[in-house]
Design a protein around this ligand. Structure first.
Ligand code: GLY
Length: 430
């Protein structure tokens, strides 16, 4: 089969790497891809926004592509699956209607409430309710903080703010409704209770009829060690999660994930693709934080290396409604990912810095280098984004995987590179 991967991050490099191991693969194409993906796929620089869906279809036809896998959320929310399927092309990724699960936090919260899916208590406000929202905040008990404020729409991971005081919450409200920092995405907001606990991600493969959970993973959202500093897209991850036993896993699936899939169906939404649950655990009880409509980044990078199934077969079967009685098989190895980011990330970051130490590296050992924000410039691999590289190692123990990662990182260098030193260390100590 010839396949097309849409996207340009570490997630998409990992997908391309895993798909390249399939017996059924012929050629892999990527739009736009990155310097690492280009080592295993033919990359073409085309935009993947709605205006360009017709050019993507033309590309698919011209290159005899049989199947497309959509990486990021934005084209899914804009309806790329509907567009391509409507033109006779098979896709892995949910329809526009189903992608609302990530595209609209208001939709998802209201859906969760009416279907009794456990989560934080939430209050909804539209832009013209600014005064009402202010009054609501002024009425909140000082002892009840923190509160969380969320933009309804997509905001590249920046639309969720945790506010520790009335002042912070009022300032955040202004950012949304007066300063318009989040544009259209912030025209409706949710103010929600904060749940204290630990988070995990569970990605499930769906074919419209069946939902198959993959092994859970945990990611690290803050830029600095010990969860300090600003939120990022994710600075590291690990899987499996030894602290999630069968009883807790069963609660997550039976109270949150399975009822969501069935309730979507009852409400007329046939979900195909990845349903990714962001779950928080408090006192051993799970609560839904959010859903995403695509593979997680960097969770994918620690889950797919442990998957023993043929990924192409799995994604094609899911995309065409044919998962049947498929079962997933997992390696018992521990997998850890450290993200290396650019100078300045997650705020304005530099681009074009030469990356030393990875040019001739091929992903053939237990340590993998997935490219995220990279490109080629005059024969050099250079930085081209906030998150630049993902170093992923597998080992019998977490300590072994951690050691392999940080040993590999010693050989990599670019101006201002930054990464966390504490990825998976706590879980290794347990
Ligand atoms: N790691 C968080 C996400 O993929 O949204």
């Amino acid at each position: 089969m010839n396949i097309l991967i849409l996207g340009s991050g570490g997630r998409e490099h990992c997908l391309a790497w895993k798909l390249s191991q399939s017996k059924k693969i012929n050629n892999i194409f990527a739009i736009p891809g990155n310097a690492g993906i280009a080592q295993i796929a033919e990359c073409t620089a085309l935009p993947i926004n709605k205006d360009n869906f017709p050019s993507i279809l033309e590309f698919i036809k011209n290159n005899n592509i049989d199947f497309t896998i959509v990486g990021p959320e934005a084209p899914l929310v804009e309806g790329i699956t509907d567009y391509l399927e409507g033109n006779g092309h098979a896709v892995f990724g949910p329809s526009k209607d189903a992608a609302k699960i990530e595209g609209s936090k208001v939709f998802t919260k209201k859906f969760a409430v009416r279907n009794n899916i456990p989560g934080a208590k939430a209050y909804f406000f539209k832009k013209n309710d600014y005064e009402k929202a202010k009054e609501f905040i002024e009425g909140l008990d000082a002892a009840s903080y923190p509160w969380v404020i969320k933009a309804d729409g997509l905001a590249s991971g920046k639309g969720v703010l945790i506010c520790n005081s009335r002042h912070e919450l009022l300032e955040a409200l202004k950012d949304f409704f007066i300063e318009n920092l989040f544009g259209k995405s912030g025209e409706e907001i949710i103010i929600e209770e904060f749940i204290e606990g630990f988070e995990l991600s569970i990605m499930c493969i769906c074919d419209g009829k069946r939902i198959i959970p993959m092994e859970p993973a945990q990611d690290y959202k803050r830029i600095f060690d010990n969860d300090k500093g600003k939120n990022t897209g994710g600075m590291g991850s690990f899987s499996p999660l030894p602290f999630v036993d069968n009883v807790l896993q069963k609660k997550i699936l039976e109270r949150i994930i399975f009822p969501t899939f069935e309730s979507l169906k009852k409400e007329g939404i046939i979900y195909k693709g990845i349903l990714y649950g962001g779950i928080i655990i408090k006192d051993n009880e799970p609560y839904l934080l959010e859903y995403n409509c695509r593979f997680g980044d960097p969770e994918t990078q620690v889950v797919l290396p442990r998957l023993d199934n043929d990924l192409l077969e799995l994604l094609v079967n899911a995309g065409t409604g044919n998962l049947g009685s498929t079962e997933l098989a997992w390696s018992a190895k521990k997998c850890v990912c450290v993200v290396i980011a650019s100078k300045g990330y997650p705020e304005t970051f530099s681009k074009g810095d030469i990356i030393y130490g990875i040019k001739d590296y091929s992903n053939k050992s237990d340590t993998l280098v997935f490219h995220a924000g990279t490109s080629m410039d005059k024969g050099n691999i250079v930085t081209n984004g906030g998150r630049v590289l993902n170093i992923v190692s597998q080992d019998k123990t977490f300590n072994g995987a951690i050691e392999k990662n940080y040993n590999k990182i010693k050989n990599i260098n670019f101006d201002g590179m930054q990464y966390r030193n504490d990825i998976a260390r706590k879980v290794a100590e347990k």
